[in-house]
Design a protein around this ligand. Sequence first.
Ligand code: APR
Ligand code: PHB
Length: 395
Amino acid sequence: MTSSRTQIAIIGAGPAGLMLGHLLHLCGIDSVIIEIRSRDYVIERVRAGVLEQGTVDLMSSAGVGDRLSREGMRHGGIYIAFAGRRHHIDMAGLTGGRAITIYGQNEVVKDLIEARTRTARPLFFEVDRVTPAGLEDRTPSVTFEQSGEHHELICDFIAGCDGFHGVCRTVVPSSRLRIYEREYPFGWLGILAHASPSSDELVYSNHPRGFALFSMRSPQVTRLYLQCAPDEDLAAWPDDRIWSELRTRFETQDGWRPNEGEIFQKAVTGMRSFVAEPMRFGRLFLAGDAAHIVPPTGAKGLNLAMADVCRLAAALGEFYSTGRHGLLDAYSDAGLRRGWRAQRFSWWMTTMLHRAPDESEFDHKRQLAELEYLVSSRAAMTSLAENYVGTPFDD
Ligand code: APR
Ligand code: PHB
């Protein structure tokens, strides 16, 4: 067994772990990042792609925003479609100029891995049997294996950035963690297609046959989603059926429809809301999906993870530069406040836009009344806009 020491052991090289490692590096704090998957898997994994202004600002102030500023697609509004009409919500106009930027999460991960590699600080892929220990001791540790070799990493703190299925949350005694959870009775069938986006902003559609979302990744690639069963069988969805269903669910009086092209990626994802409280146990800090999951309708998952690690890096920076632990002590409460705000918004967007399998006529009429109110009231549109573009990370 080889033994080594670092200040922060970061478990997981998703956006949360990689951004944390980078922010710590900028403060001169040493870390080791360990990841169970391969580098290619992490870079190629297709995920969401909506960055709040706060995430864009963080990438740029951390010196990893160059490609994002060149290739990211800034959107000042979104469309909401229902009952045969598309309605525009001018988010920038309603929020004093705040906007979102479309840039794939895997591109964020790629940029952060490159930045990490430039710093020459350790980042290990394809590790196995990751086990955090001694969380309530002064020197916790993480043991793991790589290429059959056993390693022990002794550290001051552990950052649990290992996503929803990671190990970190599971090592907290269940008596010290409260879980809040809600599963939705539907999922999303998502595709990427070689087709130029036919709208310059996203379209969220509530249709009697179910929700559909139009998004994009680049001037050549369209990203589309269809509400489906949580365990939908992809084999039942040949490309023609997907396009036909998308045409139906996006049909509006203005004649708009997505451009079609070769589908080169297809996947089904389930949807859930999940919160673990608190986000800290002794010297273990949970961040990102390890601590909370939101349904993707509000596009909050990646942004919440970024807000978490931004706060965690500031708290660790304060601790190492002054010995004070005020920000570390406040980390969980501040994260839960922001996290619950995102839960509320994501739940609201999801229930307003999807058709539940057991929905009654009353539910449907109420949903339409909600959508009518949303697109006709400046106050309601402002509420959506300020949540969608996101509040500043220090709020
Ligand atoms: N040891 C080391 N790494 C692990 C372990 C483990 N035991 N278990 C999981 N991991 C890795 C995963 O392989 C993954 O690369 O941790 C990483 C977690 O990354 P994400 O799941 O991307 O989570 P996070 O970094 O919190 O990113 C925020 O919000 O809406 C979502 O899709 C969005 O994934 C994004 C997330
Ligand atoms: C995406 O582009 O992948 C996307 C956009 C908006 C969402 C979710 C995902 O709400």
